[in-house]
Design a protein around this ligand. Structure first.
Ligand code: SF4
Length: 511
């Protein structure tokens, strides 16, 4: 039986279910580059190049193993530019008996796959994506009957299921979570190894040229391009991280330093999310570093929690609430996304740094995303859908299943508390404590009002005041609202006037 095995750009793994049992003698692997996916939002140029180059490298690997790969390049004159069109053409070319698919990671594409299953005149196998450790049914079973979906409870469940960092039925070291040891600010003189940089292959160079002409108007710098684009390269980058950065990953994971874009972060999420690395294998290797005495438990536990905890949890939340989740706007925020999110042109040093490095590298770490650009969007009342499209566009690791819960839920509280028990709102004091950005800023984190005040300070209290109806009875916000309610009328008016001035400056490109 001839089976057409259609692999998507984030399914670049030899173990993906659509390739299981494939017969190189009869089956055809279909991989297509389509314009419609690259422009579904205006993705960062480096992100498009990373995915296309990884797809081409994966096709080469499969060919080397004897598979027949039907690979359609984006600049093929016959390319229709859509999944529907390319699947139709491939079926006409190959006349397969069956079509084999792995479930797409995004609702919109899964709907396409379901439509194919209903309408095509051939057998369609739509298989679970078992590269994830918790499938949709398992997450639904965990979530059933719960009033709140606390990540920590899910994470402990995943530790027990995987056996990672477990001693019998107890957590290694006697604690499930070592976050308390993992929230230190960093010093600029700390020596930190940069992530492994892979020189672009000839094939990657061709993709870079394609992207530079075809997507010239998209956000972001294409070069220097240094991401791994094959499983082999990603494994080298992984081993470099495990040997050089994992031991200190934990203690500085929430810190932010001007000029130190990566600190000790792994920069592995983009490789995990397209399939170049496997999550459980990566966690087991990190666990081995602890068992061999080369990395402390706090660092390894923090790293593993990001993967079997947060990563699996946000995927579960996405599918539990898709497709509605990205339309949530609990706080009714309406302000359009300001231009500075694209230009990085602002006197706010923290925003300038986070957006500037996003433009250069298609990367910022989780605290820059959550507590700088996300926190500002929350406080300024930016439209969640516009903020969601920005995050989805600009980060190389951003796919809807992981980006939407992180933006709509974690950063913007637009889901009304499904993911977070209270908004991640903070004044300038948090950024001042965790970074060195404020040292060169035009604003002062210790000033609460007037033109020198850090914009996060008045905006924080303005956010608290204008959302009292929705947040005022949240027990976790009790101390904040107690302070707000004791605040005199003149101080409240001062906050209102400062916030209005800041938001006008934001709209005029003067902030
Ligand atoms: Fe950011 Fe405020 Fe610090 Fe400036 S003073 S870097 S705006 S937190």
């Amino acid at each position: 039986m001839k089976t057409l095995r259609f692999i998507l750009g984030d399914q670049l793994s030899q173990k993906v279910s659509a390739l299981r049992g494939a017969d190189p003698a009869t089956d055809i692997v279909l991989i297509v580059e389509v314009q419609a996916e690259a422009v579904s939002v205006r993705h960062h140029k480096k992100k498009i190049a990373f995915i296309l180059a990884s797809m081409r490298a994966f096709a080469e690997t499969l060919r080397g193993q004897g598979f027949t790969v039907d690979y359609v390049k984006m600049d093929d004159p016959a390319n229709t530019g859509s999944f529907d069109g390319e699947l139709d053409r491939a079926i006409t070319r190959h006349q397969p008996n069956a079509l084999c698919l792995t479930r797409a990671s995004e609702w919109r594409v899964l709907e396409m796959q379901r439509h194919w299953a209903e309408t095509l005149d051939l057998q369609v196998l739509l298989l679970e994506d078992d590269r994830f450790l918790c499938d949709e049914a398992q997450f639904r079973a965990w979530a059933a009957g719960r009033k709140s979906f606390v990540m920590e409870h899910f994470y402990r469940n995943m530790r027990r299921r995987t056996g990672l960092l477990m001693e019998g039925d107890q957590p290694a070291g006697g604690r499930w979570n070592f976050d308390h040891d993992n929230r230190k600010p960093a010093k600029p003189d700390l020596f930190m190894q940069l992530p492994h940089r892979c020189p672009p292959s000839v094939q990657t160079q061709e993709v870079i040229e394609l992207v530079s002409t075809r997507f010239a108007g998209h956000f972001g710098d294409l070069e220097p391009f240094w991401f791994a684009t094959s499983a082999r390269e990603a494994e080298i980058a992984r081993d470099h991280f495990l040997a050089n950065n994992l031991p200190r990953f934990g203690e500085t994971q929430d810190a932010m330093l001007e000029g130190q874009l990566f600190l000790n972060h792994a920069v592995m999420s983009l490789y995990l999310n397209v399939g170049l690395l496997e999550p459980l294998d990566l966690c087991r290797r990190a666990e081995l570093e602890w068992q061999a005495g080369r990395a402390p438990l706090a660092a390894v536990e923090g790293f593993i929690r990001q993967i079997i905890g947060w990563r699996e949890y946000v995927r579960g939340i996405y599918w539990l609430h898709a497709p509605d989740y990205k339309g949530f706007n609990h706080l009714e925020a309406k302000r359009p996304l300001p231009a500075l999110y694209w230009t990085g042109q602002t006197k706010m040093a923290c925003m300038q740094a986070a957006i500037g490095q996003t433009k250069r590298e298609a990367y910022a770490h989780h605290i820059q995303r959550l507590m700088v650009t996300g926190n500002f969007a929350l406080l300024a009342g930016l439209d969640p859908h516009e903020v969601h499209e920005w995050y989805l566009s600009v980060y190389a690791d951003a796919f809807e299943w992981v980006e939407v819960p992180n933006t709509i839920g974690m950063a913007l509280y637009a889901d009304g508390g499904i993911m977070a028990s209270k908004p991640y709102a903070a004044s300038g004091a948090y950024i001042h404590k965790m970074s060195d950005y404020c040292e060169r800023c035009a604003y002062d984190p210790s000033v609460k009002s007037g033109p020198r005040a850090c914009p996060f300070n008045p905006l924080y209290w303005d956010f608290i005041g204008r959302n009292e109806g929705k947040l005022g009875s949240n027990p976790r916000m009790g101390p904040v609202y107690a302070t707000w309610r004791k605040m005199g009328q003149s101080r409240r008016e001062e906050i209102g006037a400062d916030s209005q001035r800041i938001l006008e400056a934001l709209d005029n490109g003067q902030l």
